[in-house]
Design a binder for this molecule. Structure first.
Ligand code: KDG
Ligand code: MG
Length: 403
């Protein structure tokens, strides 16, 4: 048996913070897992270092399921983003180790490829509709078959998903949370105009997505869905905060726009009602925040019973280690939908050398044994942790709101 003899947490900031777990076995095999929780990085690092790693030493690295159950049931305090991100990091690293020892890429251990590659969506954003369309056209030229559209809202100083200077969006931008201001009626006016302009410019052979980022009430979401229906959106994401899973019934009564939810979910229990009541079309939970490959597969299996497809979260705060793991998962599950892909910076790509590739709007995890990703610890050590928070949101009268 490959015995776990050591494990360490590596924190690095090549432009943004990443937390990575590396597990080392007695035969020298190592595995990596992403443990990054945006804006709360050090809590997961501490949970791993102080509470998880001591329990791992001496265990058989091949017993992935048993170790998962040990960390989940054994902690007594179940679920939550910190705990589940830490469990995910261990689980991901163990799949990496198992693949390396077997000499197989992880997707082969998960049942093999269910498709040739994995369709990804890119982020087109801009302060105006015109700017956003120009970026979307560029994505289309690069071969993307699916594009997320976010544009600035006239009369609002900043909007979720709109970057100041880049194609991708990096929200954790300050040492203390930036304060944004939100106005629902202004927002509800601009999005249908954006989609109309996008269909005119991009045609109908491209999937168009939009992220509401938890900002509407269910009835407002129903209205937006209805307004967007003529433009056939691929999905509307996070229409309303999903703690209240029942709320999605109201949205469903009013629109046939497909709904995607779950990037902040960390357990199958967060999405059980949404799935079993057929209230969503895509589940966005991903490897790092939803308990690793082991738990995410369980969520996907439940979703498959209800013809709900996967659409894993893949923003830049999920490291290349999570991206690699997600691609192995995506390639293997029968009910794959789409994978989010926000390119990392060259600095991040250098710290995390990886085998995954992008071509013609799709990705492939590569065929290296394990996950096909690693962390260059020497390079990582050159980028010191720098505290960064996600913004907070207020209504124009100062009321605290959802970001
Ligand atoms: O990529 C998305 O769909 C997001 O909503 C990005 C999130 O705001 C981001 O990952 C938060 O850390
Ligand atoms: Mg989102």
């Amino acid at each position: 048996m490959p015995k776990i003899v050591d494990a360490r947490v590596i924190i690095t900031c090549p432009g943004r913070n990443f937390v990575t777990l590396k597990i080392i076995c007695d035969d020298g095999t190592t595995g990596v897992g992403d443990a990054t929780l945006n804006g709360r990085e050090l809590s997961v690092a501490s949970y791993l270092t102080d509470h998880v790693i001591p329990c791992l030493i001496g265990r058989d690295a091949h017993r992935i399921e048993d170790i998962w159950q040990y960390l989940y049931k054994g902690a007594y305090w179940r679920r939550g983003p910190v705990t589940m991100s830490a469990i995910a990091a261990v689980d991901t690293a163990l799949w990496d180790i198992k693949g390396k020892i077997a000499g197989l890429p992880v997707y082969q251990l998960l049942g093999g490829a269910s498709r040739e590659n994995v369709m990804v969506y890119g982020h087109a954003n801009g302060t105006t509709i015109e700017d956003t369309i120009a970026v979307a056209l560029d994505y289309q030229r690069q071969g993307y078959k699916a594009i997320r559209l976010q544009c600035g809202v006239p009369g609002m100083a900043s909007t979720y998903g709109v970057s100041k200077d880049r194609y991708f969006y990096e929200p954790a931008d300050a040492d203390l949370p930036t304060e944004n201001v939100w106005n629902t009626s202004k927002y509800l006016r601009v999005v249908p105009e954006l989609f109309k302009a996008a269909r005119e410019a991009l045609g109908w052979d491209v999937h168009l997505l939009h992220d509401i980022h938890h900002r509407l009430t269910p009835i407002e979401a129903g209205r937006l869905g209805k307004d967007l229906e003529p433009y056939r959106p691929f999905w509307l994401e996070d229409a309303t905060p999903a703690e209240n899973q029942e709320a999605f019934k109201l949205i469903r009564q009013h629109t046939t726009a497909p709904l995607a939810v779950g990037e902040i979910f960390n357990s199958i229990h967060d999405c059980r009602e949404l799935i079993q009541n057929q209230l969503i079309d895509y589940i966005r939970a991903t490897v790092v925040h939803a308990g690793g490959i082991t738990h995410l597969r369980r969520i996907a299996s439940l979703a498959d019973l209800y013809q709900i497809r996967t659409g894993c979260h893949g923003a830049t705060d999920l490291s290349p280690v999570c991206m690699a793991a997600a691609l192995h998962f995506d390639l293997s599950v029968p009910n794959f939908g789409v994978q989010e892909y926000m390119r990392h910076t060259p600095e991040t790509d250098a710290v995390f050398p990886h085998a995954y590739t992008f071509a013609d709007g799709a990705m492939h995890p590569g065929d290296e044994p394990g996950l096909g990703v690693d962390i260059d610890e020497e390079l990582a050590a050159g980028y010191e942790y720098s505290r960064a928070f996600l913004p907070v949101n207020r209504l124009e009268d100062g009321t605290m709101y959802n970001w």
